[in-house]
Ligand binder design. Structure first.
Ligand code: GLY
Length: 375
């Protein structure tokens, strides 16, 4: 590590989409940011994520408190993407304004979808139901057996791998630094100790280690987190784009088009610790579900079948805010929403690092909710 990198205004521990977004945002606000990544950047949950920016589709009972934060993130995504494209010098950084259809195949699913619609109505987000004929007019790749669809025109998607690569470039172009294969092992007052004895002086430290971040000493009161496994497939259509143009969701499965003939089908949700094996059963059920709704999926070329682990806290809401030790901040536990919540997490956390009051939108994410008796 060069002398220049032995100190930083902000050291971000963890080089996934959350850590990279925070580091980039900190650089934009004039700070020298250093990302310490134990392995390679964007090789944890960010590598496997589908990248749905779906505040409306992903409202889950019990997680409504996240809605304000999720909607704000979706709102600022276009400007985040535009600024990132300018900073990294690339025209496209993976963002697709594609919209989403939530769909049901049979009567049971249609009733479940109607309950989903009613939940959103109660939360003040009216969602338009579409007749199957209208849904199929918009997406001819959908099966004729479709029973009901909901139109979510503002739920979009981004390719997390392209996004993370753009963030890394932008950080470096803004004068920040990224150190891979540099696991942080302990926090000390005003410093981070890295493996092999290196010590980095840190004006502030952000812990953004996701599901793979155990073993960091000196964090004070901990944020409990568990890995939630997701198996996911990547495919492409040799004929090019157009099989479907919107994200198609039929919980728990989804098909995400990248707009260029590539598709992602996800994702399982399994409480299996850090296991990242892929199973025949998951492949079978993902493909069967997806092909029942979009029959053309059977013609696609399978490029990858992988598994990653999402970081889930006990209440499945992230922990974003001050740690119990001075000048240390948590930004972790984003569970199924890391890609969606990256812009707002970065904006609000870096504002707080700059001494601005913590935004009330972050209230449900206060890490101190886990301390004391609950911890
Ligand atoms: N956000 C979708 C998933 O975690 O599977």
């Amino acid at each position: 590590m060069s002398t220049a990198e032995k100190s930083a205004d902000v050291v971000v521990i963890g080089g996934g989409v959350i850590g990279l977004s925070i580091a980039w945002r900190a650089c934009m606000r004039g700070m020298r940011a250093l990302v310490l990544e134990a392995g390679e950047i964007a090789h944890g949950a960010s590598r496997h994520a589908a990248g749905m920016i779906a505040p409306v589709a992903e409202v889950a009972p019990g997680e409504e408190r996240l809605l304000g934060l999720a909607r704000r993130s979706a709102e600022i995504y276009p400007e985040f993407i535009a600024a990132l494209a300018a900073d990294c010098g690339r025209e496209h950084v993976g963002y697709t304004r594609c919209g989403t259809l939530m769909v049901a195949r049979d009567r049971d699913e249609a009733e479940a979808l109607e309950r989903e619609r009613a939940l959103r109505e109660r939360l003040g987000i009216p969602v338009a139901p579409l007749a199957p004929s209208e849904a199929r007019r918009r997406e001819p790749g959908l099966a004729p057996t479709l029973r009901l669809a909901l139109d979510l025109p503002d739920d979009h998607a981004v390719d997390p791998r392209t996004l993370c690569s753009a963030l890394a470039t932008a950080i470096v172009r803004r004068g920040g630094a990224i150190r891979e294969h540099s696991p942080a092992v302990a926090l000390q007052p005003g410093a981070v100790r890295v493996s092999r004895g290196t010590r980095v002086r840190a004006g502030a430290t952000v812990i953004a280690t996701g599901a793979l971040g155990g073993g960091l000493a000196g964090v004070g009161e901990p944020v409990p987190s568990r890995p939630v496994k997701g198996q996911i497939m990547r495919l492409h259509d040799p004929e090019g784009p157009g099989l479907v143009t919107r994200v198609i969701r039929f919980p728990p499965t989804y098909v995400v088009p990248r707009g260029d003939g590539r598709y992602v089908i996800g994702g399982t949700s399994e409480e299996r610790g850090l296991d990242t094996t892929v199973t025949a059963g998951a492949a079978l059920s993902l493909l069967r579900e997806a092909a029942e709704l979009v029959p053309g999926i059977g013609e696609l070329v399978l490029d990858e079948f992988t598994a990653g682990t999402r970081p889930g806290t006990p209440d499945n809401l992230p922990a974003i805010g001050p740690a119990s030790v001075e000048r240390v901040w948590w930004a972790t536990g984003h569970y199924r929403g890391g890609v969606m919540l990256a812009p707002v997490t970065a904006e609000l956390l870096v504002a707080a690092l700059c001494g601005e009051p913590v935004d009330p939108l972050l209230a449900p994410c206060d890490p101190s909710r886990f301390w004391g008796a609950a911890a």
